[in-house]
Design a protein around this ligand. Structure first.
Ligand code: NAD
Length: 284
């Protein structure tokens, strides 16, 4: 068996087209151009690429994009001051602080400082609570992007065994919650899980969000399963690859997402959607 490849490149282009069309109508009606502020602190090379891509996507959407590149030495209070300013800036509808932050800055304090209505990453506890209940304005980009990928292939989640590897606040936990909202039977695995392969082999839908190159091998996957690879890792040669041993697993799975070109572009497309939502919320 050879898995069908779910192309995040294609699906993200469709999402962006949809968002742009909606945004054009919104702007024509209200005169408001959605604006996204992205703050980056320090010089992390991966973060710099992500921030550049977010800026590029804003330009494609016709959104305003405000970039704040702060030095590594920035203090927590300086960062909180900037967030406060952006919270009160009418042209800024979405605020995103690129993680990770340098040591010495408390990430939770930063997340808590963002106005929940401008929290386009959906990391603020208020938005996390809304997601838990299933009544939300924003979903975090990565898990929301995975749900779009599944929907693009009409993959039915109801009653399916879904296994998420990884329990981070930004991917694993919300991912599990979104699958649960769609009536999946969800198991979350993590670094302390015992006999992980026996659990992943049961999965109809397997989401890998670990951050370990080629961690999911073919013997961990059920024949015909849907395998979604969230991981972003570098090979020793410097190539970007996922958490899944792609070649081997593609020979066994029913569907698979590639890295690059899978979940990554979806995250940014969903961020664009959230920025438009935030602009709409600003006039409610
Ligand atoms: P994280 O480091 O916060 O969490 C990793 C999770 O993996 C942890 O919950 C841990 O328990 C689990 N884990 C670690 N070792 C394990 C093991 N041996 N067995 C089982 N579980 C194990 O990472 P994160 O922020 O959730 O990101 C995960 C991966 O997804 C990273 O590669 C990251 O770069 C990538 N990512 C991609 C996107 C995207 O847009 N595609 C977005 C966010 C994160």
């Amino acid at each position: 068996m050879s898995a069908k490849i779910i192309s995040g490149k294609e699906v993200s282009a469709q999402v962006k087209e949809r968002v742009k069309a909606e945004a054009d109508i919104f702007t024509a009606k209200t005169g408001i151009v959605p604006g996204l502020a992205v703050i980056i602190v320090g010089e992390d090379p991966a973060s710099q690429i992500y921030v550049r891509n977010k800026h590029k996507s804003c330009a494609e959407m016709g959104f305003k994009s405000f970039q704040y590149a702060l030095p590594e030495t920035t203090s927590e209070s300086e960062l909180l001051e900037l967030i406060d300013k952006l919270n009160n800036d009418k042209d800024v509808h979405g605020i995103l602080v690129q993680m990770p932050l340098p040591k010495g800055i408390n990430e939770n304090a930063v997340i808590n400082a963002i106005n929940p209505k401008k929290d386009v990453d959906a990391f603020h506890p208020e938005n996390v609570g809304h997601i838990m209940i299933g009544d939300y304005s924003f979903l975090p980009g990565t898990p929301a992007g995975v749900m779009e990928l599944l929907a693009s292939e009409n993959i039915d989640i109801s009653g399916k065994k879904c296994v998420v590897i990884g329990r981070s606040n930004i991917v694993g936990k919300p991912m599990a919650m979104l699958l649960l909202h769609k009536h999946g039977t969800v198991t979350i695995c993590h670094s302390r899980t015992k006999d992980l392969p026996s659990i992943t082999r049961e999965a109809d839908i397997l989401v890998a969000a670990i951050g370990k190159l080629g961690f999911v091998t073919a013997d961990m996957v059920k024949e015909g399963a849907v395998v979604i690879d969230v991981g972003i890792n570098r090979t020793p040669e410097g190539k970007v690859r996922g958490d899944v041993d792609y070649e081997a697993v593609a020979g066994k799975a029913g569907y698979i997402t590639p890295v690059p070109g899978g979940v990554g572009p979806m995250t940014i497309a969903m961020l664009m959607q959230n920025t438009l939502t935030a602009a709409k919320l600003s006039i409610e």
